[in-house]
Ligand binder design. Structure first.
Ligand SMILES: NC(=O)C1=CN([C@@H]2O[C@H](COP(=O)(O)OP(=O)(O)OC[C@H]3O[C@@H](n4cnc5c(N)ncnc54)[C@H](OP(=O)(O)O)[C@@H]3O)[C@@H](O)[C@H]2O)C=CC1
Ligand SMILES: Nc1nc(O)c(N)c(N[C@@H]2O[C@H](COP(=O)(O)O)[C@@H](O)[C@H]2O)n1
Length: 220
């Protein structure tokens, strides 16, 4: 399995504002790059915080990229995955549409009635007691043939993935704006590291739109 985290931050490292509403930090060129990365992936993963805040579709938008996928024998769209301990994903969320298959990764703490509702719309994976055990959840996804994984956020999930050592690459678009706010989400939130900080190796820097794309691999 290969896990790429992709996100866009303001120049001061924020994913969104303190209102946690979706903000278009990327411009046209970067959104096109994101669409290509989705098209090259077997699955696109987000945390339930992003589903609740943004109601994303997580589909490939460019039809020619979908046709390319079909030509190489892949499903028209990558699968979508929500990391959601207690089953907070609304049953009318766009990520549960029939545009692509969806997996919801739950913990044992998800109530039975919530599971039954979600099971009408998604494949359910259970891993972990109170919170999703990411190592076990990602192993279950791999067993389903999902090898090339793109994670789109948000900051809580990204931190946890670094914490358990699941991230292979980080691709970050840094836009030319300041969002600010101590309560605004950043690229990696969670409890934060105080030692054994994950180390990155810079592989690529490219000017895109009015910002920069930075690409790192994670040192093991
Ligand atoms: N600019 C960008 O590129 C992007 C911006 N965003 C922004 O980020 C914000 C959302 O980010 P955030 O609030 O951090 O939410 P996340 O999408 O990271 O979801 C976090 C939630 O996932 C659930 N979860 C379950 N298991 C785990 C685990 N092991 N580790 C971490 N989380 C787990 C938790 O909820 P529970 O306990 O209920 O399961 C947790 O609160 C929004 O404002 C959105 O607009 C999001 C994506 C990309
Ligand atoms: N790459 C990127 N740049 C931004 O500026 C963003 N705001 C995001 N957000 C992510 O994209 C998701 C929306 O996807 P759909 O267009 O609905 O398919 C959103 O939920 C964030 O994960 N990404």
């Amino acid at each position: 399995m290969h896990v790429v985290v992709n996100a866009a931050t303001s120049a001061d490292g924020k994913l969104s504002s303190r209102r946690r509403e979706q903000i278009a930090i990327s411009g046209e060129e970067d959104f096109a790059r994101v669409d290509r990365l989705r098209a090259d992936s077997d699955a696109v993963v987000v945390g339930v915080g992003t589903v609740v805040a943004d109601d994303p579709r997580l589909t490939v938008k460019d039809e020619s990229l979908c046709e390319d996928r079909l030509e190489r024998g892949a499903p028209e769209q990558p699968a979508r995955v929500v990391i959601d301990s207690k089953g907070r994903t609304p049953t009318d969320a766009a990520v549960l549409s029939d545009a692509a298959p969806t997996y919801v990764c739950l913990s044992e703490a998800a109530p039975v009635d919530t599971r039954m509702d979600l099971a009408d719309h998604a494949e359910l994976v259970t891993a972990g007691d109170d919170r999703v055990d990411l190592l076990r959840a990602f192993a279950a996804l791999q067993e389903q043939g999902l090898e090339r994984i793109m994670v789109e956020g948000g900051g809580e999930l990204i931190f946890s993935l670094f914490e358990v050592g699941l991230v292979d690459e980080l691709r970050l678009f840094v836009g030319s704006t300041i969002i600010g706010g101590r309560d605004a989400p950043t690229l990696a939130d969670g409890t934060g590291f105080v030692e054994e900080f994950p180390l990155l190796e810079l592989e690529r820097v490219e000017r895109l739109d009015d910002g920069a794309l930075l690409q790192w691999t994670v040192k093991s």
